[in-house]
Write a protein that binds this ligand. Structure first.
Ligand code: FAD
Length: 284
């Protein structure tokens, strides 16, 4: 049976140490064999990884893959953002993930942009249609959102400002994603919204992240992960079952693709890819 084409992407963070760079290169090589649509690279809070993001993105491009830098605007100026956009354009980059970001502790000024929608508007104004822009979407709602409706309206504002689509915060409850999509449709937003998928490999790390970003780990999953304690083999096997089942449901119901948060690790994502036979969804 021919499957409808879906778009799969892998997210990295810019490595800092020599060991981290080595790990990134090995992971890039392993995941590159799956020929993802693109790799994205995060941007540290307040621009702390600006050069690292640039270096990582251009290295990915040199290895023959499409790369998309994340770009966050908090603490930044228009001049600074424009200089970065020009650098990316000169390097042949034509995709971006545009974000507000979070104020790093110690940073005094929020800069010249308040929200991601303002950044997206600025990018469109300055660079026309050069970049395919994706914005963040929150099926379980952003922690600072005034209300669920206000957050959905904010996603619409980002699309209206010129974003082509969205990538979601990770979640383990597909109803939240489908409801979010339905709610977007109701207010006229039909842009593709790709679910962000976080593999489950480490309970402590996952629960820390989830507390910070407002993603919920459902009780039945949390209880089991806690019970595995140091039994990482069982924890990973369970995590793979849960995430694979979730991806199957999402694909079955027509999500446009999947964006994997790799944490610069290849194993969990490779296992999911092979188990779900994702290559069958890619255009030959
Ligand atoms: P916004 O869309 O600006 O929203 C931020 C908050 O403001 C929301 O609560 C929204 O409802 C509210 N809001 C927006 N506009 C208004 C308005 N006009 N009036 C009132 N309230 C408003 N962070 C990084 O630092 N680097 C990264 O590389 C990175 N990559 C990410 C990738 C993805 C796919 C996702 C989902 C998140 C990523 N983040 C990253 C995290 C992100 O920066 C944070 O979640 C941040 O707190 C919000 O960014 P945003 O772009 O969603 O902001």
């Amino acid at each position: 049976m021919t499957e409808k084409t879906r778009y799969f992407s892998f997210e990295f963070f810019p490595p800092k140490t020599d060991k981290g760079k080595e790990k990134f290169r090995t992971t890039l090589k392993t995941l590159g064999r799956f020929k993802p649509y693109y790799f994205s690279v995060t941007f540290g809070a307040g621009g702390s990884t600006q050069q690292g993001t640039y270096d990582t993105v251009t290295e990915i491009q040199r290895s023959g893959h499409q790369a998309a830098p994340h770009l966050s605007c908090i603490g930044s100026t228009r001049e600074n953002v424009l200089a970065l956009l020009n650098r990316y354009r000169d390097a042949g980059i034509n995709r971006l993930v545009a974000l507000r970001g979070d104020m790093p502790s110690g940073m005094q000024s929020a800069g010249e942009f308040r929200y991601a929608s303002e950044l997206i508007e600025f990018i469109r104004r300055e660079t026309g249609d050069h970049f395919y822009i994706e914005a963040a979407a929150y099926p379980e709602f952003h922690p600072q959102a005034l209300s669920p409706d206000a957050d959905i309206e904010n996603f619409k504002r980002k699309i209206d400002a010129g974003a082509n689509g969205g990538i979601t915060q990770y979640f383990y409850n597909t109803d939240a994603y489908f409801r979010f999509i339905d709610d977007c449709h109701k207010i006229g937003v039909d842009a593709p919204i790709v679910p962000g998928i976080m593999p489950i490999t480490n309970y402590i790390q996952l629960s820390r992240f989830s507390d910070m970003c407002g993603a919920e780990i459902p009780r039945w999953i949390r209880k089991r992960l806690q019970a595995y304690a140091d039994d990482t083999v069982s924890l990973r096997a369970f995590g793979e079952d849960v995430v694979a089942a979730m991806c199957e449901t999402l694909l079955h119901h027509g999500c446009p693709g999947l964006h994997f948060y790799t944490m610069n690790q290849a194993d969990a994502v490779s296992a999911l890819w092979q188990r779900l036979e994702l290559s069958r969804y890619q255009r030959a």
